[in-house]
Design a protein around this ligand. Structure first.
Ligand code: GTP
Ligand code: MG
Length: 192
């Protein structure tokens, strides 16, 4: 995919803020600090378009990015960050599940996990939720640069088993590993 333009559109805290036109959207989901925003920047080969941080809980609203004026990426708040107060936590959950349930523009949900770790209970919940909602989804294991090839192969297998999926795509925002493959999946979701 040739990316000719990227633009931060808006940060949405409520449904009325979501863009109104019918352009297709790709959603990036996963635990706090797993590397969602970094993955978006790496796909687009830009720095700092999606805000990243070493502190979990950086992304706290739905962030919409326009790509080539043709489709959008949606950076969603991470889940599972223990230090966020309960009331805010449930607002986040509502924001994310509300978006996933109600958005006809959503053509692909990319579930991002950490390639080093076993998926958590919340990863499983999200995965099952996506399965039940019957929407196209994909599992991507990022930070693969932190593992040897051997460990990575083992972990990808384990993640696939735990989540009960056919395949898990390896990614690294640091090295760009997996970028081409992920773009192919995104492109075919948009063209579908
Ligand atoms: P929240 O918005 O808080 O949910 O986090 P996020 O999932 O958007 O994570 P973010 O992209 O902010 O990255 C979290 C931390 O992981 C940052 O310190 C990144 O530099 C680091 N990181 C992200 N992706 C990679 C990767 O592929 N490799 C390495 N080595 N570090 C990464
Ligand atoms: Mg983020």
């Amino acid at each position: 995919m040739k990316v000719s333009s990227t633009e931060f559109l808006k940060s949405a805290f409520q449904e009325s803020d979501w863009p109104k036109d019918a352009k297709p959207e790709i959603a990036f989901l996963g635990r706090s600090n797993v590397g969602k925003s970094s993955l978006i920047n790496s796909l687009l080969m830009v720095r700092g378009l999606a805000r990243t941080s070493s502190t979990p809980g950086r992304t706290q609203s739905l962030n919409f990015f326009a790509i080539n004026e043709r489709f959008r990426f949606v950076d969603l708040p991470g889940f599972g960050y223990a230090r966020v107060p309960q009331n805010i936590k449930s607002t986040w959950g509502d924001m994310v599940t509300g978006y996933l349930a109600k958005r006809p523009q959503l053509v692909l949900s990319i579930h991002i996990v950490d390639s080093r770790h076993e998926p958590t209970k919340q990863d499983l919940q999200l995965h099952e939720w996506l399965e039940e909602s019957n929407k196209p989804r994909l599992t991507v294991a990022t930070k693969s640069d932190k593992l040897s090839n051997n460990e990575l192969r083992k972990n990808l297998g384990r993640i696939a088993r735990v989540l009960n999926v056919d395949s898990v795509m390896a990614y690294s925002a640091k090295s760009g590993r997996g970028r081409e493959e992920l773009w192919r999946a995104i492109k075919s979701a948009i063209d579908r």
